[in-house]
Design a protein around this ligand. Structure first.
Ligand code: SF4
Length: 404
């Protein structure tokens, strides 16, 4: 598995596959063909179908500027190799001087055709939760210590930065109101929830509202093109920060403890990324929000210093009950159902933690198994439900509807 730096990336939303990945591809092509005076980009699959809403065209134009570029949204051609494919042609005086095909493979990572993966070498030799768990048991260490063994102390510098960005995206989201861009007229609601956090007497309701306000805050920042951390993706960026921020305030955990929890949650996300997928275009929302929920549940279990079995069970429960979750963003925007979905997944992560506290000994399903099932389920989902905005809510929503 690769470094956690490849999982937790700091960048601008709203979509790791649709903005961060294409931005990286265009930067490389722009450098490679610095003499070009025109770029022609053809987007296929999910990039074509939801690229406008996800801001792909905006980020491509911004990256190639001041050089002119033409963008074609090819919604018809089959996209057999990868659902997020783009062709980029470089031109000089109307002559084609070079052409590249590139896949945006999730979490902001890209892969150029006929090239090895763009990402650095693997730094983790163990690729399943079972193996990692056995290793940690044998050496009497926790998962975050395994991370330190594999990546060195410097990974924690990165994770401290990640935590800082997560906190500031919550703060910015909570202090911003108004309508999100994109034309769907989606109101920002983080501040509304936050201001109502004390209205009910019930502690449970207050907890829900506060956690949700944090998840809304980060997700709304993402939807407006703000800076967030992929955890594991832009679309699912609100889940992990919201639960960690909530428990830091509630229980007084130090930033150092939070960062260790991020390391453990990162291993869980990394396992999913390596053995299955974290891409909504590849495996539906279960791969994005489901994975974020696993990471959050595992991170919380680490925060409370639970055993390896409990960490595994928390993460497993979190994915098991997201299986089959489709990706159907209305108008191709990362707003409905995405923002609410982050909040619901945050509450689910807390519930998974609670179950792990009491039921771990009677569990039957391993984390590795549920990841395998998620991948198979995702591959069997019709493309309508894999970030194409051609099924589900995206298909049936009409602008007359006043509520989600
Ligand atoms: S529905 Fe889920 S996978 Fe699809 S764009 Fe929204 S958050 Fe991402």
């Amino acid at each position: 598995m690769q470094s956690l730096k490849q999982l937790y990336k700091i960048g601008r939303g709203p979509s790791s596959s649709h903005t961060m990945g294409p931005e990286k591809a265009c930067l490389r092509i722009k450098q490679e063909f610095s003499q070009a005076d025109l770029f022609k980009i053809t987007l296929y699959g999910s990039l074509a179908l939801t690229g406008k809403g996800h801001g792909t065209d905006r980020i491509i134009k911004e990256t190639f500027a001041p050089i002119k570029c033409e963008i074609i949204f090819d919604k018809k051609s089959p996209c057999d190799i990868h659902p997020n494919t783009m062709d980029i042609g470089a031109y000089k005086n109307n002559e084609l001087i070079g052409k590249r095909r590139v896949y945006s493979v999730g979490g902001g990572s890209i892969l150029f055709e006929n090239e090895e993966s763009e990402t650095p070498n693997d730094v983790y030799s163990l690729n399943s939760f079972t193996e990692i768990s056995q290793y940690c048991l044998k050496h009497n260490i926790r998962i975050w210590e395994y991370v330190r063994e594999c990546e060195g102390e410097e990974i924690f510098e990165h994770l401290f930065k990640v935590w800082d960005v997560m906190k500031s995206s919550i703060n910015q989201g909570l202090t911003t109101s108004g309508i999100l861009p994109g034309g769907l007229n989606t109101q920002r609601r983080a501040q509304i929830l936050y201001n109502q956090r004390h209205i009910d007497e019930s502690a449970q309701t207050q907890e829900n509202r506060l956690v949700c306000s944090y998840a809304f805050a980060v997700s709304e920042q993402n939807a407006s093109g703000g800076t967030i951390v992929t955890a594991p993706t832009c679309g699912a960026c609100g889940v992990v920060p919201s639960v960690l921020k909530y428990y830091q305030e509630k229980k007084g955990f130090s930033d150092e403890q939070i960062v260790r929890a991020l390391a453990t949650g990162g291993i869980i996300g990394n396992l999913i990324k390596t053995n299955a997928s974290i891409s909504g275009a590849e495996c539906g929302c279960q791969a994005e929000i489901g994975s974020a929920c696993c990471m959050a549940a595992g991170a919380l279990a680490e925060l409370f210093e639970m055993g390896l079995g409990q960490i595994e069970y928390a993460a497993e429960v979190a994915m098991e009950h997201h299986l089959g979750l489709t990706c159907d963003p209305i108008g191709g925007l990362v707003q409905i159902p995405c923002i609410e979905r982050n909040a619901v997944a945050a509450m689910r992560a807390i519930n998974a933690l609670s179950l792990a506290n009491f039921l771990t000994d009677s569990r039957k399903i391993s984390f590795d198994l549920v990841v395998k099932v998620m991948y198979e389920t995702g591959k069997n989902l019709l493309s309508d439900y894999r970030e194409t905005s051609s099924g589900g809510l995206a298909k049936h929503y009409t602008h007359h509807e006043s509520q989600e």
